[in-house]
Ligand binder design. Structure first.
Ligand code: CP
Length: 306
């Protein structure tokens, strides 16, 4: 891959996505064999700059970089000079002056990774920016699907929930449609943005329509503050009309996969039976996340070896 940064899937070609997935599958197979020592990033440094909370993304980037042989630094924004008013650009320049090779950033503001990438020499990877994109989450979702089904083209994927505020939904829409999947979306009207059809989504008028015959059903995390904002009446009603339970799953293809980016609100987006059931790939998604982040780091700035 010749690009310096990974900011989103909107800008990536289908070929670039396929390259990342192919290497990610090799890393995932290696992880399953217990192989964690690689050399693609030996002598390189990776800074994790997370302005928002994270368990999966931060931990898997840290492990991915370490398994590839890099030195890793975690910046605690709460105790850094950000608290003294340092701007993102000045923080970036400071990290660049220390000759860091990669910066993985999560930020509440959409566009923050792009601003940083334009400022620094280091490779910048978007670990989630506002409501904009979460490219490595969508890549790990696609890796999970590709490993199970063999290919993405022709799959029917139902994405349910808060599409408006979900960077995961947007990155998945861009990536899945580029690889030839059908992406159906449904959620409360207040949480469905305009323009989804222009980006290739099929916007459905009911949960059942979205799920009918789907190969995979993806729930999205509902941000609890959205209820206080009046976007839906109550968590109980959200579960009843937009959540995924065993009855809803029956409308999907037999053996359809259940995906969720996590963290899950148990009993809201998905019932516990679905989360812990045979069709759930939520734990497998986490392993895919480690593998795909190894692939992204390798392809942006290391050697393409699994
Ligand atoms: N899916 C995801 O981004 O999870 P974290 O917020 O735990 O990183």
């Amino acid at each position: 891959m010749t690009r310096k940064d990974l900011l989103g899937l909107y800008d990536l070609s289908a070929g670039e996505i396929e390259t990342i997935l192919a290497l990610g599958l090799r890393f995932k197979a290696a992880l399953k064999r217990g192989e964690k020592e690689h050399t693609a990033l030996k002598g390189r440094s990776v800074v994790l700059l997370f302005y928002e909370n994270s368990t999966r993304t931060r931990t898997s980037f840290e492990l991915a970089a370490k398994f590839l042989g890099a030195q890793v630094v975690n910046i605690s924004v709460a105790t850094s000079s950000v608290q003294k008013g340092e701007t993102l650009v000045d923080t970036g320049k400071t990290l660049d002056a220390m000759k860091n090779d990669f910066i993985v950033i999560r930020h509440a503001m959409g566009g923050a990774p792009k601003l940083l990438a334009e400022t620094v020499k280091a490779h910048v990877i978007n670990g989630g920016d506002g409501m904009h994109e979460h490219p490595t989450q969508a890549l790990l979702d696609m890796l999970t699907l590709k490993e199970h089904f063999g290919q993405i083209a022709g799959l029917k994927i139902a994405v349910l929930g808060d599409i408006r505020h979900s960077r995961v939904a947007k990155s998945n829409l861009y990536g899945l449609t580029k690889l030839g999947a059908e992406v159906r979306m449904f959620g409360p009207r207040t949480l469905l943005p305009e323009g989804l059809e222009r980006e290739g989504a099929i916007v459905c008028s009911s949960r059942e329509e979205a799920v009918e015959g789907a190969d995979a059903v993806m729930g999205l995390r509902i941000q609890l503050e959205r209820q206080k904002a009046g976007n839906f009446p109550s968590l109980g009603e959200y579960q009843r009309y937009y959540g995924i339970d065993e009855n809803v799953l029956h409308a999907a293809k037999k053996g359809a996969l259940v995906l969720h980016p996590g963290p899950v609100n148990r009993g809201v987006e998905l019932t516990s039976g679905v989360i812990d059931g045979a069709q759930s790939r939520i734990d497998d998604q986490v392993l895919s996340g480690l593998a795909v982040r190894m692939a992204v780091l390798s392809l942006l700035g290391g050697e393409e070896r699994a």
